[in-house]
Ligand binder design. Structure first.
Ligand code: ADP
Ligand code: MG
Length: 546
């Protein structure tokens, strides 16, 4: 065998190891989940590689074997998957490769060690989770590509690791963990059996524990929709979404046309998207229970990235290459899935409007993003929007459908006002006549709302019109009646006054001055001024020009 090389861990890695090795007891067990998921990934990679390069082979079944040694206090996991060559070994286990670990470290920096509870579990620090339980870790691995050599990678987690060539290494990866004294329970069969069932129920490859097959592989989406219990959905959701909450909405559906689809989809209790950071797509594509594309960006449009789930379509051929997935079938699948999801949310809204309002408070930004970007599904998306209105009580929200349904006789428009606060809107001269005439007015508080209404333009034949626009000023529904006894100016006098104001202000200040009957207690208002979003943009541009 070749000589042994000693390598230092990167600083980042050392830090992670340090945190992880001091983890809470309750979190330690997730190392099992992480190692199984790596093994399953390795088997999946082998399976996919084999379909294009048939000489890549492990000569062994696609399965995961876990062996526990009570005497030696060891946990051993082996897969006959893709394995690693020397470069991969150094790159993958010596540095912080996984996005989970990166996120974890960032979170630790932000919140400090005090809030450590459960975050290792939530982020999944991958391979490094073995250091919660191991005092010494050995990784034997051999790549499945022909002509590869076997290696042994070993460390005590104290700052360095060694790599050496090794004889008699099977294709795939075998990890031997010498358990710490405080982690002896992980060499107990009973304990590991229950951990596997807790976390790894749906892994697509058989898991053997001390020679006995453990996991029940249950592709939940293939089951009869009525036979799946909420508890099963919860478990499945948590597994696929890597989450610890409960789904607030669940959709399990099957259809045969225009494509054969079985799918389960979930909306998480809360979305996890922070400002400036976008959630990855959460729906994976399967064909006949075989994973085709994990967390695929192709199945749903970007704005529906908060949805987690599985889509299985028999119409997607097995062994299809990733390039081929760009074709026709995928775009048809995407069409079907998108309108199904939008109809699903609309259905939930009608079933329980209050619950939907809460959903919208949290997820509205995604729906609005859709309203601005997905012209094809504009109709369905617009039904999902909610706004406060001059007639909604206690800050409750209404839909555009609600507005249309209770609009006035002859009303052709849905009126809105962009405003930072309800209070401002209610005191604004622009809203005076709406109040007086009982014409409902939507209050739009979000900067993005302006883009939303500009994109929608109309809803069910109603034009979306701003309350401060000239069109609004001319709407017969919004005119002040003339009081015969009033001392108001005559029409001609009013026109003269307007003309005089216009020339006095000059055309650098105003485009024009009109007489209008839309005001009662205010003398004049500015009309057709730039929008709040426009103003913000101008300010930003001026700011950056300085
Ligand atoms: P992640 O799985 O999120 O990429 P991990 O820390 O769990 O992060 O693993 C890091 C990398 O190490 C993996 O991406 C993979 O390339 C490699 N790896 C880990 N376990 C195995 C294994 N059993 N077989 C082959 N490669 C593995
Ligand atoms: Mg992993």
């Amino acid at each position: 065998t070749g000589s042994e090389e000693v390598h230092e861990f990167k600083t980042e890695t050392k830090r992670l190891l340090d945190i992880v090795s001091n983890s809470l007891y309750s979190e330690k067990e997730i190392f099992v989940r992480e190692l199984i998921s790596n093994a399953a990934d390795a088997l999946e990679k082998l399976r996919q590689t084999q379909s294009v390069e048939s000489d890549v082979d492990s000569g062994k079944p696609l399965e995961i074997r876990i062996t526990l040694d009570r005497e030696k206090n060891q946990f051993i996991i082996q897969d006959f998957g893709i394995g690693m060559n020397l470069d991969e070994l150094n790159a993958n286990l010596g540095t912080i490769a996984s996005s989970g670990s990166k996120k974890f470290l960032e979170k630790m920096d932000k919140e400090g060690a005090s809030k450590k509870e459960n975050i290792i579990g939530q982020f999944g620090v991958g391979f490094y989770s073995t250091f919660m339980v191991g005092k010494k870790i050995k990784v034997y691995t051999k790549s499945a590509f022909p002509g590869s050599k076997g290696y042994c990678w070993t460390t005590d987690g104290q700052g360095s690791y060694t790599v050496a060539e090794a004889e008699n290494v099977a294709v795939g990866t075998k990890i031997v963990i010498d358990l710490r004294d405080d982690a002896k329970s992980y060499s107990s069969q009973l304990e590991i059996d229950s951990i596997i069932k807790k976390y790894s129920n749906f892994v697509g490859y058989p898991i053997f524990l001390n020679g006995k097959e453990v996991n029940v592989i249950e592709a939940l989406w293939t089951k009869d929709t009525k036979s799946v219990t909420p508890e099963q959905h919860q478990e499945f959701y948590r597994f696929i979404a890597n989450a610890w909450d409960d789904p607030q909405y669940t959709l399990h559906f099957k259809t045969d046309s225009p494509l054969a689809i079985s799918s389960v989809l979930y909306v998480p209790e809360k979305h996890m998207e922070l400002l400036g950071e976008q959630t990855k797509p959460g729906v994976s594509l399967y064909s006949r229970k075989v994973l085709i594309q994990p967390e695929s960006a192709g199945i749903l449009p970007h704005y529906l990235r908060f949805i987690k789930g599985v889509v299985d379509s028999e119409d997607i051929p097995l062994n299809v290459s990733r390039e081929l997935l760009q074709d026709n079938i995928l775009s048809r699948l995407r069409m079907v899935m998108t309108s199904r999801v939008l109809k699903w949310l609309d259905g939930e809204a009608k079933k329980n409007p209050k619950k939907y309002d809460e959903f919208f408070m949290d997820y509205g930004q995604f729906i609005k993003e859709g309203a601005c970007t997905d012209a094809m599904h504009k109709r369905d998306i617009s039904k999902l929007l909610r706004f406060e209105s001059s007639k909604s009580e206690n800050n409750s929200m209404i839909s555009l459908e609600d507005y249309a349904a209770r609009s006035q006789e002859g009303q052709k428009r849905i009126y809105y006002l962009l405003t930072p606060k309800r209070k401002y809107a209610e005191e604004s001269p622009y809203t005076e006549m709406f109040k007086k005439k009982g014409v409902e007015l939507l209050y739009l508080y979000d900067t993005v709302d302006e883009f939303v209404v500009n994109h929608l333009k109309e809803f069910q034949g109603f034009d979306l019109i701003s309350a401060d626009s000239p069109e609004a000023a001319k709407d017969p529904l919004l005119q002040m009646e003339r009081d015969a006894n009033s001392q108001a100016l005559s029409d001609a006098e009013a026109q003269d006054l307007a003309k005089w104001i216009e020339t006095s202000l000059g055309d650098e200040v105003v485009k024009g001055v009109d007489v209008s009957r839309r005001l009662n207690s205010f003398p004049a208002i500015v009309q057709e001024h730039e929008s709040p979003a426009m103003r913000k943009m101008m300010q930003m541009m001026q700011g950056s020009a300085k």
